[in-house]
Design a protein around this ligand. Structure first.
Ligand code: ZN
Length: 541
């Protein structure tokens, strides 16, 4: 007797084959038949008119903290995700000594837009090392399968303490970091992650620890993957680290490298394509590099109290550590504002905000900052900062920052060495929520724009990341594979509008998003509400 039979679905095998109508059955958490399902079942689902594909693998999340208080990993399961890779960009919470917890939480608050009150009230600190953190995840279970990176910034803080944000590491410190990374890999981490992006600032505006690493440190830590014999190296470079150097790391470690975050900028439109060309050339030389791209426009809601959008600017730095009156004073100063104007007028290889004032809106009045400036005869920067100061920094703005040129993004999504990625689920919770990126790919890019075929999009969300990350027996509708499944209506699938809720620990707010056209999600053959997810530790080499 099968546990579950899904009948008459349009089957997308996740491998890119043309869709075929058929059935699929599940027994003991695994796919037992594909095509024609014979025999009785405890539960039968009539899927006429619906499509069935492997569950989405979200390869870029930041659920490391949230998972300790919310094992449902809301909202990802409802949005068709069945496996989440956590610990991207090196921003993990393990390893961490008790004395460093406050420092790590303050850094996460700044760099990933997580409420400090929520982190303080929410994180369950039942661990110190990465192996202990993984054991804790396994003990408590989760709605989704989880694969965890060992994160550079946490490893650096663990070894160097306060100096992690101040200087390069000594040989002795590099040796210690390397042994921690190797232990984490042996305990079942999926790879090693880091960031060199200038957008990544921690508490008080100091760079996140990994940004202080020199080439020697990176070579040593990525080199430990070679010793481990498996694992992925992921890096968010924000225009800093040359692809040439990343190719050397891929060559020396013999491991795949995920290059993030390739987001298209209308003011520097060729930059991501030049990265993709270099990545392609590296692959032709036999080195495995992929470019992490996003299928979502990058838009952020923000107030001047936490203006992530501006914090990556060099000229904003003096304001970063300031609060209260000192902060108000500096953002009022003409000198400070002129420095920002002058920086924005210079070209940059990668920059989150590029002075596109017509794409910054005042949410309440639905008026753009460009229009506001024209009406008041001020420079847009003055118009925005003056309005925020008048409203006690509470004015909500929405900035459409990157990835808004659909023709360019379509080209990126089709690129053979692109990885559809960058949902950032679990982070930036007050700014945006792209956890529904997979549904957006299936609805917007497949149905509405025809940029990808349905089976191609399904493959990019499933077998492609499974192969890259060495995730075994998932990411395809194959007999014997784990029954991670997404049943949806291709005529309706998409993501709903974002809405603000106050359900984080300590009643803190976040943006969440609802699925559209999703008819069923199964993780290891069970609904996510039954907490059927597994901690993945055994990856293919
Ligand atoms: Zn990230």
């Amino acid at each position: 007797m099968h546990d579950l039979v899904i009948r008459n679905a349009l089957l997308l095998d996740g491998l890119g084959s043309p869709p075929q109508r058929g059935d699929l059955s599940v027994l003991n958490g695994k796919i037992s038949q594909v095509g024609k399902a014979e025999g009785p079942a405890k539960q039968t689902v009539d899927a006429a008119g619906l499509a069935l594909m492997p569950g989405i693998i979200d390869n870029h999340t930041h659920y490391d903290a949230q998972i300790t208080w919310d094992p449902t990993l809301s909202p990802s399961p409802a949005l068709g995700v069945t496996t989440a890779v956590i610990g991207n960009c090196g921003f993990t919470i393990a390893p961490c000594r008790a004395a460093d917890r406050e420092r790590v939480m303050r850094n996460l608050t700044q760099v990933e837009g997580m409420s400090l009150a929520a982190l303080r009230a929410g994180i369950r600190w039942d661990f110190e090392s990465v192996p202990q953190y993984l054991d804790m995840l396994e003990r408590h279970g989760a709605a989704l399968n989880v694969a965890a990176f060992v994160g550079h910034s946490s490893v650096r803080t663990y070894v160097m303490g306060e100096a992690a944000t101040q200087r390069v590491a000594t040989d002795q410190e590099i040796f210690l970091m390397r042994s921690i990374v190797l232990d984490a890999m042996r305990a079942g981490a999926v790879g090693f992650s880091t960031s060199s992006s200038p957008a990544h600032n921690g508490d008080g505006g100091l760079p996140m620890p990994s940004r202080l690493a020199d080439e020697k440190e990176l070579r040593a830590l990525v080199g430990s993957l070679r010793q481990a014999g498996r694992g992925v190296f992921m890096l968010t470079k924000g225009g800093q680290t040359p692809i040439r150097f990343l190719e050397e790391l891929a060559r020396d470690s013999t491991r795949p490298v995920v290059v993030a975050a390739l987001l298209h900028s209308s003011t520097n439109p060729d930059s991501v394509f030049s990265d993709l060309r270099e990545i392609e050339a590296a692959n032709q030389r036999g080195h495995r590099l992929v470019g992490a791209v996003s299928c979502c426009p990058l838009a952020m809601e923000f107030t001047l109290e936490s203006p992530y959008v501006l914090e990556g600017l060099e000229a904003w730095k003096p304001a970063l550590p300031l609060k209260g009156d000192a902060f108000r004073k500096i953002i009022s100063s003409v000198e400070f504002r002129n420095a920002i104007r002058s920086e924005l007028s210079r070209p940059a290889h990668f920059r989150l905000f590029n002075g596109e004032w017509d794409k910054v809106q005042v949410i309440e009045s639905q008026q753009s900052v460009a229009a506001l400036a024209a009406a008041s005869g001020k420079h847009p920067l003055d118009a925005m900062l003056d309005l925020a100061l008048e409203e006690d920094l509470q004015t909500m703005f929405n900035a459409l920052l990157l990835n808004s040129d659909e023709q360019a993004v379509g080209r990126m999504l089709r690129h053979p060495h692109a990885l559809v990625s960058l949902s950032d689920a679990g982070a930036h919770l007050t700014f945006f929520n792209d956890a529904g990126f997979g549904l957006h790919l299936l609805g917007h890019w497949v149905r509405e724009l025809g940029v990808l075929k349905l089976e191609e999009a399904a493959a990019r969300l499933t077998s492609q990341p499974a192969r890259l990350f060495g995730i075994r027996e998932r990411g395809a509708l194959r007999v014997g594979y784990h029954a991670d499944l997404l049943l949806f209506d291709p005529a309706r699938v998409g993501r709903g509008a974002q809405r603000r809720v106050h359900d984080l620990p300590a009643g803190q707010p976040r943006l969440t998003v609802e699925p559209v056209g999703v008819h069923g999600v199964w993780v290891n053959g069970k609904p996510p509400a039954e907490m059927p997810g597994r901690l993945l530790r055994d990856f293919a080499p």
